[in-house]
Design a protein around this ligand. Structure first.
Ligand code: PLP
Length: 384
Protein backbone atom coordinates (compact mmCIF):
# COMPACT_ATOMS: atom_id res chain seq x y z
CA UNK A 1 0.00 0.00 0.00
CA UNK A 2 1.33 3.43 -0.95
CA UNK A 3 1.61 5.94 1.86
CA UNK A 4 -0.49 9.00 1.05
CA UNK A 5 0.31 12.07 3.15
CA UNK A 6 -2.61 14.19 2.00
CA UNK A 7 -5.09 11.53 3.16
CA UNK A 8 -3.95 11.70 6.77
CA UNK A 9 -3.29 15.42 7.27
CA UNK A 10 -6.12 17.53 8.70
CA UNK A 11 -7.79 19.47 5.88
CA UNK A 12 -7.38 22.84 7.62
CA UNK A 13 -3.62 22.25 7.97
CA UNK A 14 -3.24 20.96 4.42
CA UNK A 15 -4.95 24.12 3.14
CA UNK A 16 -3.35 26.47 5.66
CA UNK A 17 -1.76 29.63 4.40
CA UNK A 18 0.91 30.11 7.10
CA UNK A 19 1.52 33.43 8.82
CA UNK A 20 4.31 35.17 7.03
CA UNK A 21 6.47 36.89 9.62
CA UNK A 22 8.75 39.82 8.80
CA UNK A 23 11.75 37.62 9.38
CA UNK A 24 10.55 34.83 7.15
CA UNK A 25 9.81 37.20 4.27
CA UNK A 26 13.26 38.70 4.34
CA UNK A 27 15.99 36.20 5.14
CA UNK A 28 18.08 38.27 7.49
CA UNK A 29 20.00 35.32 8.80
CA UNK A 30 22.02 34.73 5.68
CA UNK A 31 23.05 38.42 5.53
CA UNK A 32 25.37 40.71 7.42
CA UNK A 33 23.11 42.47 9.93
CA UNK A 34 25.38 45.47 10.25
CA UNK A 35 24.99 46.28 6.56
CA UNK A 36 21.20 46.51 6.80
CA UNK A 37 18.68 49.06 8.02
CA UNK A 38 16.13 46.87 9.73
CA UNK A 39 12.76 48.57 9.88
CA UNK A 40 10.54 45.61 9.10
CA UNK A 41 9.65 43.98 12.42
CA UNK A 42 8.76 46.85 14.79
CA UNK A 43 11.71 46.06 17.01
CA UNK A 44 13.56 48.46 19.29
CA UNK A 45 16.79 49.33 17.41
CA UNK A 46 18.85 48.97 20.61
CA UNK A 47 19.63 46.05 22.87
CA UNK A 48 21.20 42.59 22.89
CA UNK A 49 18.05 40.63 22.38
CA UNK A 50 16.20 43.29 20.38
CA UNK A 51 15.86 41.24 17.17
CA UNK A 52 13.45 38.40 16.57
CA UNK A 53 15.22 35.03 16.35
CA UNK A 54 15.62 33.04 13.14
CA UNK A 55 12.16 31.44 12.65
CA UNK A 56 13.70 28.39 10.93
CA UNK A 57 16.82 28.04 13.13
CA UNK A 58 19.05 27.53 10.10
CA UNK A 59 22.39 27.53 11.94
CA UNK A 60 21.26 24.70 14.22
CA UNK A 61 19.82 22.75 11.31
CA UNK A 62 23.00 23.11 9.29
CA UNK A 63 25.09 21.70 12.13
CA UNK A 64 22.63 18.89 12.87
CA UNK A 65 22.28 17.97 9.20
CA UNK A 66 26.05 17.47 9.07
CA UNK A 67 26.10 15.35 12.21
CA UNK A 68 23.12 13.18 11.27
CA UNK A 69 23.97 12.99 7.57
CA UNK A 70 20.57 14.27 6.38
CA UNK A 71 19.30 17.40 4.70
CA UNK A 72 18.40 20.54 6.75
CA UNK A 73 14.85 20.43 5.35
CA UNK A 74 14.37 17.09 7.12
CA UNK A 75 14.71 18.78 10.53
CA UNK A 76 12.18 20.57 12.71
CA UNK A 77 13.49 22.43 15.76
CA UNK A 78 10.97 22.86 18.56
CA UNK A 79 10.50 24.29 22.02
CA UNK A 80 11.42 20.91 23.48
CA UNK A 81 10.36 17.70 21.78
CA UNK A 82 7.12 18.20 23.70
CA UNK A 83 6.31 20.88 21.10
CA UNK A 84 6.84 18.32 18.33
CA UNK A 85 4.55 15.88 20.15
CA UNK A 86 1.78 18.48 20.35
CA UNK A 87 2.30 19.53 16.72
CA UNK A 88 1.92 15.95 15.53
CA UNK A 89 -1.56 15.92 17.05
CA UNK A 90 -2.43 19.31 15.60
CA UNK A 91 -1.22 18.41 12.12
CA UNK A 92 -2.71 14.93 11.85
CA UNK A 93 -5.54 14.44 14.35
CA UNK A 94 -9.08 15.75 14.03
CA UNK A 95 -10.27 16.64 17.57
CA UNK A 96 -13.20 14.58 18.76
CA UNK A 97 -12.73 12.12 15.93
CA UNK A 98 -9.30 10.60 15.49
CA UNK A 99 -7.42 7.89 17.40
CA UNK A 100 -3.75 7.21 18.16
CA UNK A 101 -2.01 4.13 19.56
CA UNK A 102 0.34 4.13 22.56
CA UNK A 103 2.21 1.24 24.18
CA UNK A 104 2.16 1.75 27.96
CA UNK A 105 3.95 1.91 30.29
CA UNK A 106 5.56 4.76 28.41
CA UNK A 107 6.14 8.53 28.35
CA UNK A 108 3.08 10.30 29.72
CA UNK A 109 3.00 13.23 27.30
CA UNK A 110 1.59 11.16 24.42
CA UNK A 111 -1.60 10.66 26.38
CA UNK A 112 -1.76 14.13 27.93
CA UNK A 113 -1.24 15.78 24.56
CA UNK A 114 -3.95 13.52 23.11
CA UNK A 115 -6.36 14.63 25.84
CA UNK A 116 -5.53 18.31 25.26
CA UNK A 117 -6.24 17.85 21.56
CA UNK A 118 -9.38 15.78 22.25
CA UNK A 119 -7.99 12.72 20.49
CA UNK A 120 -8.70 9.19 21.72
CA UNK A 121 -5.95 6.77 22.67
CA UNK A 122 -5.96 3.06 22.07
CA UNK A 123 -3.49 1.37 24.41
CA UNK A 124 -1.61 -1.74 23.39
CA UNK A 125 0.39 -2.55 26.54
CA UNK A 126 3.95 -3.85 26.36
CA UNK A 127 4.51 -7.53 27.06
CA UNK A 128 5.50 -8.62 30.58
CA UNK A 129 9.17 -8.37 29.66
CA UNK A 130 8.50 -4.80 28.41
CA UNK A 131 8.91 -5.76 24.76
CA UNK A 132 6.60 -4.37 22.09
CA UNK A 133 3.52 -6.52 21.41
CA UNK A 134 3.76 -6.22 17.63
CA UNK A 135 1.12 -8.84 16.88
CA UNK A 136 -1.38 -7.12 19.12
CA UNK A 137 -0.62 -3.73 17.52
CA UNK A 138 -1.07 -5.18 14.03
CA UNK A 139 -4.41 -6.73 14.86
CA UNK A 140 -5.74 -3.96 17.12
CA UNK A 141 -9.09 -2.47 16.18
CA UNK A 142 -7.60 1.00 15.68
CA UNK A 143 -4.64 -0.08 13.56
CA UNK A 144 -6.21 0.64 10.18
CA UNK A 145 -7.43 4.13 11.03
CA UNK A 146 -5.10 5.40 13.77
CA UNK A 147 -3.27 8.57 12.80
CA UNK A 148 -0.23 8.14 15.04
CA UNK A 149 1.59 5.18 16.59
CA UNK A 150 3.87 6.22 19.46
CA UNK A 151 6.98 4.12 20.06
CA UNK A 152 9.44 5.34 22.67
CA UNK A 153 12.80 3.62 22.22
CA UNK A 154 14.70 3.35 24.51
CA UNK A 155 11.44 3.46 26.43
CA UNK A 156 10.74 5.72 29.39
CA UNK A 157 10.34 4.46 32.17
CA UNK A 158 11.42 0.88 31.37
CA UNK A 159 14.79 1.76 29.79
CA UNK A 160 14.78 -0.92 27.07
CA UNK A 161 14.91 -0.58 23.29
CA UNK A 162 11.49 -1.38 21.78
CA UNK A 163 12.29 -1.39 18.10
CA UNK A 164 15.59 -1.98 16.35
CA UNK A 165 16.33 0.14 13.32
CA UNK A 166 18.88 -2.35 12.04
CA UNK A 167 20.29 -5.60 13.33
CA UNK A 168 23.14 -5.59 10.89
CA UNK A 169 24.54 -2.46 12.45
CA UNK A 170 24.41 -4.09 15.90
CA UNK A 171 26.36 -7.03 14.68
CA UNK A 172 28.98 -4.83 13.06
CA UNK A 173 29.29 -2.55 16.07
CA UNK A 174 29.75 -5.48 18.43
CA UNK A 175 32.33 -7.16 16.29
CA UNK A 176 34.06 -3.93 15.55
CA UNK A 177 34.49 -3.06 19.21
CA UNK A 178 35.67 -6.59 19.84
CA UNK A 179 38.39 -5.93 17.32
CA UNK A 180 36.65 -7.74 14.48
CA UNK A 181 36.21 -6.57 10.93
CA UNK A 182 33.39 -4.42 9.66
CA UNK A 183 32.50 -6.74 6.81
CA UNK A 184 32.70 -9.90 8.85
CA UNK A 185 30.14 -12.43 7.62
CA UNK A 186 27.04 -12.90 9.77
CA UNK A 187 26.59 -15.94 11.91
CA UNK A 188 23.69 -17.81 10.28
CA UNK A 189 21.41 -17.54 13.32
CA UNK A 190 22.17 -13.85 13.53
CA UNK A 191 21.39 -13.33 9.89
CA UNK A 192 18.02 -15.03 10.40
CA UNK A 193 17.26 -12.70 13.30
CA UNK A 194 18.25 -9.70 11.24
CA UNK A 195 16.04 -10.69 8.32
CA UNK A 196 13.14 -11.33 10.68
CA UNK A 197 13.59 -7.88 12.24
CA UNK A 198 13.64 -6.33 8.79
CA UNK A 199 10.50 -8.24 7.80
CA UNK A 200 8.69 -6.99 10.90
CA UNK A 201 9.73 -3.38 10.31
CA UNK A 202 8.55 -3.56 6.70
CA UNK A 203 5.26 -5.04 7.83
CA UNK A 204 4.70 -2.47 10.57
CA UNK A 205 5.63 0.62 8.55
CA UNK A 206 4.19 -0.74 5.32
CA UNK A 207 0.76 -1.59 6.70
CA UNK A 208 0.24 1.46 8.92
CA UNK A 209 -1.65 4.27 7.17
CA UNK A 210 -0.67 6.93 9.71
CA UNK A 211 2.60 8.20 11.12
CA UNK A 212 4.88 6.03 13.24
CA UNK A 213 6.70 8.23 15.74
CA UNK A 214 9.89 6.82 17.21
CA UNK A 215 10.80 8.93 20.24
CA UNK A 216 14.56 8.67 20.67
CA UNK A 217 14.97 11.00 23.65
CA UNK A 218 17.49 8.52 25.11
CA UNK A 219 19.17 7.48 21.85
CA UNK A 220 22.59 8.75 22.97
CA UNK A 221 22.75 6.14 25.72
CA UNK A 222 22.27 3.07 23.51
CA UNK A 223 24.48 1.40 20.95
CA UNK A 224 21.51 0.72 18.70
CA UNK A 225 21.31 2.60 15.44
CA UNK A 226 18.99 5.60 15.22
CA UNK A 227 15.83 5.38 13.12
CA UNK A 228 17.05 8.58 11.40
CA UNK A 229 18.97 6.15 9.18
CA UNK A 230 15.68 4.61 8.03
CA UNK A 231 13.95 7.85 6.94
CA UNK A 232 14.74 6.99 3.33
CA UNK A 233 12.94 3.66 3.64
CA UNK A 234 9.81 4.71 5.50
CA UNK A 235 7.93 7.85 4.37
CA UNK A 236 5.57 7.63 7.36
CA UNK A 237 8.36 7.76 9.96
CA UNK A 238 8.98 10.69 12.32
CA UNK A 239 11.93 10.47 14.73
CA UNK A 240 12.11 12.66 17.83
CA UNK A 241 15.28 13.60 19.68
CA UNK A 242 16.02 16.24 22.30
CA UNK A 243 18.74 18.45 23.79
CA UNK A 244 17.24 17.80 27.25
CA UNK A 245 18.91 14.53 28.19
CA UNK A 246 22.38 13.61 26.92
CA UNK A 247 23.22 17.19 25.89
CA UNK A 248 22.42 18.65 29.31
CA UNK A 249 20.21 21.44 27.99
CA UNK A 250 16.78 20.74 29.48
CA UNK A 251 16.58 24.38 30.56
CA UNK A 252 16.97 25.65 27.00
CA UNK A 253 13.86 23.75 25.84
CA UNK A 254 15.00 22.50 22.46
CA UNK A 255 13.98 19.27 20.77
CA UNK A 256 13.92 17.95 17.21
CA UNK A 257 11.74 16.06 14.79
CA UNK A 258 13.34 14.34 11.78
CA UNK A 259 11.28 13.21 8.82
CA UNK A 260 10.67 13.73 5.09
CA UNK A 261 10.83 17.34 3.80
CA UNK A 262 7.06 17.16 3.14
CA UNK A 263 6.23 16.32 6.75
CA UNK A 264 8.74 18.83 8.13
CA UNK A 265 7.11 21.53 5.99
CA UNK A 266 3.82 20.76 7.78
CA UNK A 267 5.56 21.28 11.13
CA UNK A 268 6.99 24.59 9.95
CA UNK A 269 3.69 25.99 8.76
CA UNK A 270 1.85 24.94 11.93
CA UNK A 271 4.33 26.06 14.59
CA UNK A 272 4.34 29.58 16.07
CA UNK A 273 6.69 31.71 13.92
CA UNK A 274 9.39 32.30 16.56
CA UNK A 275 9.08 29.07 18.52
CA UNK A 276 12.72 28.84 19.68
CA UNK A 277 14.17 31.92 21.37
CA UNK A 278 17.49 33.54 20.52
CA UNK A 279 19.26 32.60 23.77
CA UNK A 280 18.38 28.94 23.35
CA UNK A 281 19.34 28.88 19.69
CA UNK A 282 22.80 30.23 20.51
CA UNK A 283 23.33 27.93 23.48
CA UNK A 284 22.19 24.85 21.56
CA UNK A 285 24.40 25.60 18.58
CA UNK A 286 27.39 25.86 20.90
CA UNK A 287 26.49 22.66 22.70
CA UNK A 288 26.08 20.79 19.42
CA UNK A 289 29.45 21.97 18.19
CA UNK A 290 31.16 20.66 21.32
CA UNK A 291 30.79 17.01 20.38
CA UNK A 292 33.77 15.91 22.46
CA UNK A 293 32.26 17.24 25.69
CA UNK A 294 28.93 15.57 25.00
CA UNK A 295 30.61 12.29 24.19
CA UNK A 296 32.65 12.23 27.37
CA UNK A 297 29.64 13.17 29.51
CA UNK A 298 27.60 10.38 27.94
CA UNK A 299 30.38 7.90 28.66
CA UNK A 300 30.54 9.10 32.25
CA UNK A 301 26.79 8.64 32.67
CA UNK A 302 26.99 5.14 31.19
CA UNK A 303 29.78 4.26 33.65
CA UNK A 304 27.76 5.68 36.54
CA UNK A 305 24.75 3.68 35.33
CA UNK A 306 26.80 0.47 35.57
CA UNK A 307 27.83 1.42 39.10
CA UNK A 308 24.25 2.20 40.12
CA UNK A 309 22.86 -1.03 38.65
CA UNK A 310 25.52 -3.14 40.33
CA UNK A 311 24.88 -1.61 43.74
CA UNK A 312 21.09 -1.57 43.48
CA UNK A 313 21.31 -5.29 42.78
CA UNK A 314 22.99 -5.87 46.14
CA UNK A 315 19.88 -5.05 48.18
CA UNK A 316 17.47 -7.79 49.23
CA UNK A 317 14.46 -5.49 49.08
CA UNK A 318 15.24 -4.63 45.45
CA UNK A 319 13.66 -7.50 43.57
CA UNK A 320 14.77 -6.63 40.08
CA UNK A 321 16.85 -3.99 38.33
CA UNK A 322 15.72 -3.80 34.73
CA UNK A 323 18.42 -3.52 32.05
CA UNK A 324 18.68 0.07 30.85
CA UNK A 325 19.89 1.66 27.65
CA UNK A 326 19.00 5.13 28.95
CA UNK A 327 20.24 7.53 31.64
CA UNK A 328 17.89 6.11 34.25
CA UNK A 329 17.29 2.76 35.87
CA UNK A 330 13.94 1.21 36.76
CA UNK A 331 13.82 -1.16 39.72
CA UNK A 332 11.16 -3.35 41.29
CA UNK A 333 11.28 -2.67 45.01
CA UNK A 334 9.44 -4.03 48.05
CA UNK A 335 7.30 -1.27 49.53
CA UNK A 336 8.34 1.11 46.77
CA UNK A 337 6.30 4.02 48.06
CA UNK A 338 7.84 3.78 51.54
CA UNK A 339 11.31 3.68 50.03
CA UNK A 340 10.44 6.65 47.86
CA UNK A 341 9.18 8.63 50.88
CA UNK A 342 12.21 7.65 52.91
CA UNK A 343 14.61 8.93 50.24
CA UNK A 344 12.53 12.08 49.75
CA UNK A 345 12.79 12.87 53.47
CA UNK A 346 16.56 12.58 53.09
CA UNK A 347 16.47 15.09 50.25
CA UNK A 348 16.98 12.49 47.51
CA UNK A 349 14.23 12.77 44.93
CA UNK A 350 13.64 9.84 42.60
CA UNK A 351 10.54 8.98 40.61
CA UNK A 352 7.89 6.67 41.98
CA UNK A 353 6.52 4.80 38.96
CA UNK A 354 4.29 2.47 40.98
CA UNK A 355 1.14 3.93 39.45
CA UNK A 356 2.35 2.69 36.05
CA UNK A 357 4.14 -0.52 37.05
CA UNK A 358 3.49 -1.96 40.49
CA UNK A 359 6.21 -1.30 43.08
CA UNK A 360 8.72 0.36 40.82
CA UNK A 361 11.10 3.27 41.28
CA UNK A 362 13.01 5.10 38.58
CA UNK A 363 16.47 6.45 39.39
CA UNK A 364 18.02 9.04 37.10
CA UNK A 365 21.74 8.42 36.72
CA UNK A 366 23.49 11.48 38.17
CA UNK A 367 27.12 12.18 39.06
CA UNK A 368 29.12 9.47 40.82
CA UNK A 369 28.65 11.39 44.07
CA UNK A 370 24.88 11.41 43.58
CA UNK A 371 24.83 7.70 42.76
CA UNK A 372 26.81 7.00 45.93
CA UNK A 373 24.46 9.18 47.97
CA UNK A 374 21.47 7.08 46.84
CA UNK A 375 23.24 3.82 47.62
CA UNK A 376 24.38 5.06 51.03
CA UNK A 377 20.87 6.20 51.90
CA UNK A 378 19.43 2.84 50.78
CA UNK A 379 21.96 0.99 52.97
CA UNK A 380 20.67 2.88 55.98
CA UNK A 381 17.17 1.64 55.20
CA UNK A 382 18.26 -1.88 56.03
CA UNK A 383 19.03 -0.69 59.50
CA UNK A 384 15.70 0.97 60.27
C1 PLP B 1 12.45 13.64 28.49
C2 PLP B 1 11.70 13.11 27.34
C3 PLP B 1 11.42 13.92 26.23
C4 PLP B 1 12.00 15.28 26.17
O1 PLP B 1 11.13 16.29 26.10
P1 PLP B 1 11.70 17.76 25.90
O2 PLP B 1 10.43 18.51 25.70
O3 PLP B 1 12.56 17.74 24.66
O4 PLP B 1 12.46 18.15 27.10
C5 PLP B 1 10.75 13.38 25.15
N1 PLP B 1 10.37 12.10 25.16
C6 PLP B 1 10.64 11.29 26.20
C7 PLP B 1 10.27 9.87 26.15
C8 PLP B 1 11.29 11.78 27.33
O5 PLP B 1 11.54 10.97 28.37
Amino acid sequence: MEFNLENIVRKNIWNLKPYSSARSEFDLYGSDKNELTLLDANENPKGDLNRYPDPLQSAIKEELAKQKDISPDQIFVGNGSDEAIDLLYRIFCEPGKDTVITCPPTYGMYEVSAAINDVSVLKVPLNKDFSLDLDEILKSSAFAKAKLLWICSPNNPTGNVLLKADFKHDWQAQNYTRGGMMDMPFAPEFEAEMLENQRQLDKLFGSFNGIIVVDEAYQDFTENMSFIKRLEDYPNLVVLQTMSKAHGMAGARVGFAFSSPEIIELFNRTKPPYNVNELSQKAVLEALQDEEKTKSEIQEIINNRDFLVEHLNSFDFIKEVYPSEANFVLAKVDNATQVYNYLRDKGIIIRNRSSQIEDTLRFTVGTMMECKAVITALREIKEI
